[in-house]
Design a protein around this ligand. Structure first.
Ligand code: ZN
Length: 463
């Protein structure tokens, strides 16, 4: 027998096209993608008739929490949840609040070392780190080259929040990452405009959760995005705008791309599937959607889909924050500024993008695979992943496009106790997931194991 596994009769999807083909796996790699590979050639056959065969999803934006004494299973459990959703690789940030110790927050190098140490043997799927750079770290530029050697080829800085950096620091970080061939991800919001926005809401005693959105309207994000792009151009550095949420920011990014600048951008499933009407509910409802940036208008949602379809937006990733209504998101009448920002999403990425995007005709199946797998692998330095091709890791998702289901928190596996998509009807379902040739999900159930996930030493990519 020449192959370990044969996935037979499915429709193989790549960014350049879809075709009926069998996929043969040998060891951890894809060994053949051809029509009608003989079943006798494989030790095991998986029937994919009627199913799409997709490359495993790569979620490059999560705030999963590393294991703690009180919650030893939380990193593992969110990795299992990701697998259920068809994600085979995820990248985490190590920002304050993700379990990183206060001591390790003082230096970039210490934060990276601690995160690597505390995640060993814990994930069910492949994983990596995008290291967060904060205003509190002592000379982070000095540690960039060391971090790149550890396989951390992307970094993230914030323009707002107490750990955000100022423009001078951002300029230095852009130059420093560019000189190493690394990529800086930026949370783009204009700090001065945001501070004025929050002060105006507080002065008017508009402190309820829904006013979180009023405090950071689209112009705050658009202005921050413009500044970041200008700083990157001056430093001749590539940049990656995380969680783009509004049409004005999409337009700014589109203009930069037209000028030929190396500006890359991401949006998130919640911005594609939900809109600001969620803030019209009760405080306890609105509380669930305290996210930065906040959810926007229907007009912005449409602009994001257009940007995704025309290539202005490169990636969809979750911004998963495993907050719980029973813990971090308990509403006790505190002003919105005191409410934890973020929402869970690690398990529902493919579900939302397929159902809201492909099934509704807003993007093609091929474009979906590009923004969920192929481009994330390329931009984030994982050349063995992201596409179904001979020689690549056998990270494969068998997806049933004809399935219909309702998303319910009770059916999900993440560490959060709610989902922003509660009650949403979606098309499609993950049936089977292989990671490096091994079953992780079989017949819709987790069959993988803790520690199978391998840390991704990510490379520098010429973009
Ligand atoms: Zn985030």
């Amino acid at each position: 027998m020449s192959f370990d596994v044969l996935i037979r009769g499915g429709t193989v999807v790549t960014p350049s096209g879809s075709r009926q083909a069998d996929v043969a796996v040998q060891g951890s790699r894809i060994a053949a993608v051809e029509a009608a590979i003989p079943v006798e050639s494989a030790g095991r056959v998986v029937d994919a008739t009627g199913l799409l065969v997709l490359p495993g999803v790569i979620d490059v934006h999560t705030h999963t929490r590393i294991a703690s004494d009180a919650e030893p299973d939380r990193f593992f459990q969110d990795s299992v949840a990701a697998a259920y959703g068809g994600t085979t690789t995820f990248l985490s940030f190590n920002n304050p609040g993700t379990g990183i110790s206060v001591a390790a927050q003082g230096r970039l190098r210490d934060g990276v070392a601690e995160w690597l140490d505390r995640t060993v043997g814990d994930s069910a799927i492949d994983y990596g780190l995008s290291a967060v750079i904060t205003a509190q770290q002592a000379s982070p530029e000095a540690d960039l080259a060391w971090a790149v050697e550890q396989g951390v080829s992307t970094f993230k800085a914030f323009m707002v929040f107490d750990f955000g950096v100022d423009e001078a620091a951002l300029g230095r970080l852009l130059a420093g990452t560019a000189s190493l061939g690394a990529l800086l991800e930026i949370h783009c919001e204009d700090r001065a405009m945001l501070e004025r926005g929050i002060a105006a809401q507080m002065a008017a005693r508009r402190t309820a959760p829904r006013h979180h959105a009023d405090s950071r309207p689209p112009e705050v994000e658009a202005s921050g995005t413009e500044r970041a792009i200008a700083l990157a151009a001056r430093a001749r550095a590539p940049m990656y705008a995380v969680h783009v949420s509004c049409g004005d920011a999409v337009a700014t990014i589109r203009a930069a791309k037209v000028r030929g600048e190396a500006v890359f951008a991401e949006t998130c499933p919640h911005f594609l599937a939900l809109d600001s009407r969620v803030y019209e509910g009760t405080d306890d409802e609105a509380m669930r959607y305290v996210i930065s940036p906040p959810l926007r208008s229907r007009h912005d949602v449409d602009a994001l889909w257009t940007g995704l379809a025309d290539g202005t937006l490169d990636v969809v990733a979750t911004d998963h924050v495993p907050d719980r209504l029973a813990v971090e998101k308990r509403y006790t009448g505190q002003p919105f500024t005191e409410i934890s920002n973020g929402a869970p999403g690690i398990e529902t990425l493919l579900a939302i993008v397929y159902s809201e995007g492909v099934a509704k005709g807003r993007i093609t199946l091929e474009r979906m695979v590009d923004v969920l797998s192929t481009t994330p692998a390329r931009l984030f330095g994982m050349p063995s992943k992201g596409v179904i091709e001979v020689g690549k890791d056998a990270d494969l998702v068998l997806f049933d496009p004809s399935a219909a289901r309702i998303i319910r928190a009770a059916d999900l596996h993440h560490t959060s106790d709610y989902t922003p998509y509660e009650g949403m009807a979606v098309r499609g379902a993950v049936r089977h997931v292989l990671l490096r040739g091994q079953d992780v999900i079989r017949s819709g159930e987790f069959v993988g194991r803790r520690g199978f996930g391998r840390y991704q030493e990510r490379s520098i990519v010429s973009r």
